[in-house]
Design a protein around this ligand. Sequence first.
Ligand SMILES: [Fe+2]
Length: 182
Amino acid sequence: MNLEEARGLLQEFVKSEKIRLHCRAVEVIAAALAKELNEDEEKWAIAGLLHDMDCDLEPDVKQQARKAVEILKERTDCGEEVCHAILAHNESNTGVMRESRLDFALSAADNVSGLIFAYGLMKKTLDGMKVKGLKKKLKDKSFSASVRRDLILDIEKAGMELDKFLETAIGAMQGISGEIGL
Ligand SMILES: [Fe+2]
């Protein structure tokens, strides 16, 4: 499966504009991380783009990710690595634990995208966002409280320092600021 086919699947299964935008943000962050870590950019982008593709079909968060992987296995040749990362991004419900670099990167990207978006909304723009400011928001657990800080900090298990991760994620989201409307 290539990225274009993945976009088709997202259009087919995700009707909510909010979820599509979230998926797009996680896509660009995952791709930027792959580039930094010399991993497969397209594969990581696909995992980012499709990690929540069953959110509209499966409102019960406990079941999410399983349905996505079911569809992916039936319809695509996206491979075990992508499926594993998608299952592991909901590890507390699927029981599939994060193991690979992609697993850790996807879960960190998923959560940091929410933090950057909330911080951007507060500042009304992503322009000029700095690692230092974002780190303060990361430490302030009352800010965007649903963001899983532990999953962000685990980026080090993918072989990347936290500061580098935050810088990369901010840059990736700034690259699509027009789409996000910030
Ligand atoms: Fe997500």
